[in-house]
Design a binder for this molecule. Sequence first.
Ligand SMILES: [Zn+2]
Ligand SMILES: [Zn+2]
Length: 184
Amino acid sequence: MILIVPIGYIPEWLIKDVAEFVDSYYSTRGVPVDVGDPISESLFLSAYHPFRRQFLGGAFLPTLSEIGRRKGALATVGITKVDLYERGMNFVFGVASENLRTAIVSIYRLRPEFYGKTSNDELLIERAVKEVMHELGHVFGLSHCPNIRCVMHFSNSVYDTDIKLPYYCPSCEKKLLQNLEVML
Ligand SMILES: [Zn+2]
Ligand SMILES: [Zn+2]
C-alpha cells in the first residue's frame, strides 16, 4: 500500500483527488493507495530555516517513514503546504528517499496564486498529481528522465511541471514495473 499523509491543513478535495489518481495507476499494478490521518506541522519545527523561511525537505522523511512503517506501507508520501528547500537549491517541489521508501511534496509553489495568477483548483490538483507520481518514481528507484513529457523529467519550474504528463514514459515504466516486482 502507498500511504498518503497530509501534513497540517491540506484541503480534503485535494488529497482525495490526488489519492484517487495515484490509486488508479498503482492499484492496477499491485499497490493500492490509502490516506492516513493528518499529522501536525509542529512535528517538523526543527526543519525550519528562519533566514530562508523554508523547511528542509529531507528532514520530514524519517518521521513520515516511521508512520508508514507502522501502517505496513510499501511507500509513504507526505503532502505539505510549507515551502521546501534542499542544500544547494533555492527550493524543491518535493524530495524522495529510495532507502526510506518515503517522499514529501509541497504544494506551496504549485498554487497559481504563488505566481500572481488566479487560483485554479483543477490546475493545482493536476500539478500535485504529477509531483506525487514523480516522487513515487524516485521512491521506486527511477532517476530523472530526458523526455520532457515523462513525469520523471526534472522540474526546474512549474512550467516544466505543466509540460509533463502525469505518467511514466515507456522506458521509465518498464523499469518501475521491474522494481515493483522485486519489492512486492
Ligand atoms: Zn526528481
Ligand atoms: Zn521517462
